[in-house]
Ligand binder design. Structure first.
Ligand code: DQA
Length: 146
């Protein structure tokens, strides 16, 4: 199984960014733990602060990977292009947010990604990524019609 995690802008600062909301752990440390816990899974990690690069990575992986776990960060709320990329590719995408976006500012309640994804996880901290991984590994994925 080839599963990718794609993180959007400012998530390279996890561990030192607004730790009261996002926690103390750098994502690379969490990703290393995941790789150790799931040695049979070919796990790929990509992070960019640039919208077009996230679209490029979705397109690059989206006909080859078995699943993509995507946290588009702030682009969730603004990017029609990322939503369109998810709709365009074949690989199922699970949307993940570390924080509970529905318990924060109103602008975070809009997602251009949720309606194109097979499902969304928010508010469960970094554990959301592992839960998304377990879902993709379970084989229960249905590609939603868009
Ligand atoms: C986030 C939530 C977004 O609203 C925010 O812009 C982020 C992180 C999360 O993981 O909780 O950068 O996607």
């Amino acid at each position: 199984m080839k599963i990718a995690i794609i993180n959007g802008p400012n998530l390279n600062l996890l561990g030192k960014r607004e730790t009261g909301i996002y926690g103390n752990m750098p994502f690379e440390a969490y990703f290393n733990e995941l790789q150790k816990k799931y040695p049979a899974v070919n796990l790929h990690y990509y992070q960019s602060n640039v919208e077009g690069e996230l679209v490029n990575e979705l397109q690059r992986l989206g006909y080859e990977y078995d699943g993509i776990i995507l946290n588009p960060a702030a682009y969730t709320h603004t990017s029609v292009a990322i939503g369109d990329a998810i709709a365009a590719i074949q690989t199922p995408v699970v949307e993940v947010h570390i924080s509970n976006v529905h318990a924060r500012e109103d602008f975070r309640k809009l997602s251009h990604v949720s309606g194109k994804s097979v499902g969304s996880i928010f508010g469960l901290g970094l554990q959301g990524y592992e839960l998304a991984l377990q879902y993709l590994l379970s084989g229960a994925v249905l590609k939603v019609p868009v």
